[in-house]
Structures are given as structure tokens and as C-alpha cells.
Design a protein around this ligand. Structure first.
Ligand code: ADP
Ligand code: MG
Length: 258
């Protein structure tokens, strides 16, 4: 029990945080207990849940460095069954501060070990880099979800990500798997989206979630209201896509668990 899934792609602006925020909401609404770990110093998942990130007493940074227990840092969100481990710019120091810690790449895994079984799912929203933070997420997790923006150069960088994944699997976390690929900001009308999708299919075939997330303004607006899209515009195309994605995610989980 207690599956940890990292949302990773070292490219910024591809929809990692939007996907983590909204998938977490719908999976929690389906009755699963979910913890969303904001693992980006930008703290977008934190502010996206209406949490004032600059007034926090403790953040994921303190849990990571072993100065606080995760239990003391976790906050409730506006969604039942969903908690968040918040982040802010303090986390930017971790890349440097972790260096003096033994087994620095396992700090997040250690921090989460005590609460792992309190949740059905722990989603980690990774920063846009392949540095020590992302490495920690990959060591801590059971699997990775890769959001890919359906645009030109979409696969640029993905090879690097897969390379890091392979190294982690060989040396640090042999059980790690690719959970799936989510196509974000998809535009049905353009042949470009279709071409890029064909390319991505060649690469990831059956790992791809068949529900693409369309470009939708409601997904952009909802963080400014401090809520996931389900509380802002539940009938919007963006909301319906993430709802369908959550359904497919949970169906795959059920199949995997027999
Ligand atoms: P990342 O976490 O990978 O940096 P974000 O989730 O923060 O990416 O998304 C980057 C920007 O794109 C944000 O402004 C976000 O609101 C916007 N965005 C994400 N997904 C969509 C979408 N499906 N439609 C329109 N805008 C989106
Ligand atoms: Mg982000």
C-alpha cells in the first residue's frame, strides 16, 4: 500500500504541476487518500491550493533535511482526502545543503517512509531539472508519470529524462517503472499535435494515457483562485479531461493489482 508517483519532465511549462494538482484532486474525490508533495522551489502546487507559501512555519525542505517530521508539515487542502506537503523558495537551498548529508539522494525516501502507509497515493510534483531534487524523487518513487506537451521539440529532453531513469533503475531504485505519459495542452485541430502524438506513441506506445488534456483557460485560471479545476469549472473541457485521466489511472491501478 502507499504508492509513490513522481511527475517529472525537466522541461518547464509542460504541465507537470497542473497535472499533479488536478489528478490528485480527482483521485482523492474517488475516495483514495492522497498526499501531494510540492517538490519544486517555485511552490506552484502549494499556491495552487490556496496556501500562502511565504508564511509557512515549515515546508518540505525541513522534512527533507530531517529537521521536521513530514507529519508536522503536512497540511489539509480544500479537497477531502487530499493533503499537501508544501514548498517554497527554501527548497532552492536543498540542492546545496543536501550535499553534506549521507545518502543525499535518499533524503526524500527517508522523509516519506514514516507516512507512506497513511496514504493510498503520494504524488510528487518535480522541479524542471534533473538535479538532486529530481534524483531524490526518482529514488523515493515507485513510478514516474511524464507529462509531455504536444508541441514541436516535445521529445527533446525526454531522452535525457529516460537516461536518468535508467541510471536510477540500475543503481538506486531497481523497482522504478514508467507509470505513463500524459499528453498536455493538446490541440485537436492542428496536424502538429497529431504528428507529435504519433512520434510520442512510437516512443512510449501503451504507456500513454489515451485521454489527452486539451488547452483550456479554466486550467490556467483555477490556481489563481487557490483551487483545482473541479472546484472552479467542473464542466470545462480541462476538468473533464483530468477527470477521465483519473478514471483511467485508477483502472490501470486496479488491473495492475489484479
Ligand atoms: P510545469 O509544472 O511543467 O512547469 P505547469 O503545469 O505550471 O507546468 O504549466 C505551465 C503553464 O501552462 C501554466 O501557466 C499553466 O497554467 C499552463 N497550462 C498547463 N496545462 C494547460 C492546459 N491544458 N491548457 C492551458 N494552459 C495550461
Ligand atoms: Mg511545475
Amino acid at each position: 500500500m502507499g504508492k509513490i508517483i513522481a511527475f517529472s519532465n525537466q522541461k518547464g511549462g509542460v504541465g507537470k504541476t497542473t497535472t499533479a494538482i488536478n489528478l490528485a484532486a480527482y483521485v482523492a474525490l474517488a475516495g483514495k487518500k492522497v498526499l501531494l508533495v510540492d517538490f519544486d522551489p517555485q511552490g506552484n502546487a502549494t499556491s495552487g491550493y490556496g496556501i500562502e507559501k511565504n508564511t509557512l512555519n515549515a515546508t518540505v525542505y525541513d522534512a527533507l533535511m530531517g529537521d521536521s517530521s513530514v507529519r508536522d508539515v503536512v497540511l489539509k487542502t480544500v479537497i477531502d482526502n487530499l493533503w499537501i506537503l508544501p514548498s517554497n523558495s527554501d527548497l532552492a537551498g536543498a540542492e546545496v545543503d543536501l550535499v553534506s548529508i549521507p545518502a543525499r539522494e535518499s533524503a526524500l525516501k527517508r522523509a516519506l517512509s514514516g507516512i507512506k502507509n497513511d496514504f493510498d497515493y503520494i504524488f510528487i510534483d518535480c522541479p524542471p531539472s534533473l538535479g538532486l531534487l529530481t534524483l531524490n524523487a526518482m529514488v523515493a518513487c515507485d513510478s514516474v508519470i511524464i507529462p509531455i506537451q504536444s508541441e514541436f521539440f516535445a521529445l527533446e529532453g525526454v531522452t535525457q529524462l529516460l537516461n536518468t531513469f535508467k541510471i536510477v533503475k540500475q543503481r538506486l531504485n531497481p523497482k522504478i517503472e514508467i507509470n505513463g505519459v500524459v499528453l498536455t495542452m493538446y490541440d485537436m485541430r492542428t496536424t502538429l499535435s497529431k504528428q507529435v502524438t504519433a512520434e510520442i506513441y512510437k516512443y512510449f506506445s501503451n504507456k500513454i494515457y489515451t485521454v489527452p488534456v486539451p488547452r483550456n483557460i479554466k486550467l490556467v485560471e483555477s490556481p489563481s483562485f487557490g483551487v483545482p479545476v473541479v472546484l472552479h469549472a467542473p464542466r470545462s473541457n480541462g476538468a473533464l479531461a483530468y477527470q477521465a485521466l483519473a478514471k483511467q489511472f485508477l483502472e490501470r491501478e486496479e488491473r495492475a493489482n489484479g
